[in-house]
Ligand binder design. Structure first.
Ligand SMILES: Nc1ncnc2c1ncn2[C@@H]1O[C@H](COP(=O)(O)OP(=O)(O)OP(=O)(O)O)[C@@H](O)[C@H]1O
Ligand SMILES: [Mg+2]
Length: 284
């Protein structure tokens, strides 16, 4: 099996008091997350990203269709523990995820709950803290750390549970630019060096372009799905569904509209400078 998470024609709505309300949040959604992949999920506010995340590890179960994790149906109550051991979640607010008063105890909390042997927990906590670059803070009080450091501790808590996959729901949204960079670096390390599958929900385009695949959600279904270069060249369509594109991509698009022959798939400043200097050379 090459996929770790699979959605098959999934439909989901929140049950509210207002029965007449049309509150379908996910409609007929099918997608697979490949093992070892690094997938970014984008979409405007309310497009269903967090719901998608919660459906991925059985916090929510669909009313229609099926979600499976390593082949296990999330709707089957008896699979819940195994699913939570396979897919870990990191949320937006670092303060809501801290459960202990010392960093290493916080990281140990997950594996303790899984009933892992204390010697093994010790090893896992040390190695998880090292892999997020927070080992030297193991005796610190989490609430005194910066936002980026807190998120790295939260990520270490998931690593210590040895889940195969981490779903991160806007983990950088409340961080300053430095914290965002730290967390991005950590996420890439987990994926590239440790082989952990990453599903990374963000509203920052410059972060999404770093993934191998970008899924764009719109009204509970998939609007675009592909490599960052394929997805972001749809500048106008992305804007129409309430998303920005990276600034350099938009600038290239405007230049193209003005008749300047610049590539449509530019995603970062380096690529822009390279492409633009070629044009400048030609016109000299
Ligand atoms: N617990 C809930 N009860 C009822 N409706 C909900 C609940 N949670 C979310 N919704 C609604 O479901 C829709 C999708 O919400 P969701 O949180 O999945 O979107 P999102 O893409 O994560 O948005 P954001 O970018 O704001 O985080 C929204 O219309 C939201 O108001
Ligand atoms: Mg959300």
């Amino acid at each position: 099996m090459n996929e770790i998470i699979k959605f098959e024609n999934v439909g989901f709505k929140y049950v509210t008091d207002d029965e007449a309300a049309d509150n379908v949040v996910i409609s007929d959604l099918s997608l697979s997350i490949g093992k070892g992949s690094f997938v970014a999920v984008l979409g405007h506010n309310g497009s269903g990203k967090s719901t998608l995340a919660k459906l991925s590890n059985a916090i929510l179960v669909p009313q229609k269709g099926k979600v499976t994790v390593n082949g296990m149906d999330t709707a089957d109550e008896s699979n819940k523990d195994s699913i939570r051991r396979t897919v870990g979640m990191v949320f937006q607010n670092p303060d809501n995820q801290i459960v202990a008063t010392i960093v290493e105890d916080d990281v140990a909390f997950g594996p303790e709950n899984l009933g892992v042997d204390p010697d093994e927990i010790r090893k896992r906590v040390d190695s998880a803290l090292k892999s997020v670059g927070m080992y030297e803070y193991k005796d610190h009080e989490p609430h005194k750390l910066s936002g980026g450091q807190k998120q790295r501790v939260a990520i270490a808590g998931i690593i210590a549970m040895q889940t195969e996959c981490i779903v991160l729901d806007e983990p950088t949204a409340m961080l300053d630019p430095r914290g965002r960079k730290e967390v991005m670096k950590t996420i890439k390390h987990l994926n590239k060096d440790m082989g952990i599958t990453v599903v990374f929900i963000t509203h920052y385009m410059d972060e999404a372009v770093q993934a191998d695949r970008v899924i764009v959600m719109d009204d509970g279904t998939v609007a675009f799905d592909g490599k960052p270069k394929e997805v972001f060249r749809n500048t106008d369509k992305l804007k129409a569904i309430g998303l920005d594109v990276p600034q350099v991509t938009e600038l290239s698009c405007l230049l193209r509209k003005d008749g300047i022959d610049i590539r449509a798939d530019i995603l970062n400043e380096e690529e822009f400078i390279e492409a633009f200097s070629k044009i400048a050379e030609v016109s000299e």
